[in-house]
Design a protein around this ligand. Structure first.
Ligand code: HEC
Length: 145
């Protein structure tokens, strides 16, 4: 009797579902870019950009990056920086990109534009950092081979 009731309930639920108009798939809005890391298409050539990996390591510490990103290959809240530069990265939309300068700078400025597959888009953008600071951070990530 119990099973029969469950069956009736289930079939009612099913007919309710199929009777309703199909729900539109949820398409997350693509966030607008706060700053284009490569406006002229020749790579990240920010005004007076930094190139100092040691300064970048310091900035990664003071800006809290290392709370979510490891430098030794271990997975924290975000992917590790180790070996990232120049390697293929699978994104949540199913595409794969190579982590070049522009990709990494964009990941820092507008992290939700290209989200790494398997990770939640929980990183806040660091568009308030200067080109010099972003350049140092990029040099730091590049140094972690
Ligand atoms: C609250 C945790 C958090 C903080 C703080 C954080 N990130 Fe992230 N970051 C993530 C997550 C999660 C991802 C993966 C999802 C995505 O792509 O947005 C990510 C992705 C990235 C990527 C792309 C990584 C890859 O494997 O392709 C880079 C580069 C990056 N972050 C750099 C930084 C830098 C530099 C800082 C500090 C200025 C920082 N992040 C601060 C969580 C964080």
């Amino acid at each position: 009797m119990k099973q029969f009731l469950i069956l009736v309930l289930l079939s009612m639920l099913l007919s309710a579902c199929t009777g309703a108009a199909p729900a539109a798939p949820e398409i997350p809005p693509t966030p607008a870019a706060t700053r284009d890391p490569d406006p002229d298409g020749d790579g990240f050539t920010g005004e007076g950009k930094g190139t100092n990996a040691a300064a970048g390591a310091q900035l990664a510490k003071t800006n809290g990056c290392l709370a979510c990103h490891a430098a030794d290959g271990s997975k924290l809240v975000g992917p590790s920086f180790k070996g990232l530069y120049g390697s293929p990265v699978e994104l949540s939309d199913g595409t794969t990109v190579i982590a070049d300068d522009v990709y990494i700078v964009r990941a820092i400025i507008d992290p939700n534009m290209q989200v790494v597959a398997g990770y939640a888009p929980t990183m806040a953008g660091y568009g308030h950092l200067s080109d010099e600071e972003i350049g140092h951070l990029l040099a730091y990530v590049k140094s972690l081979k």
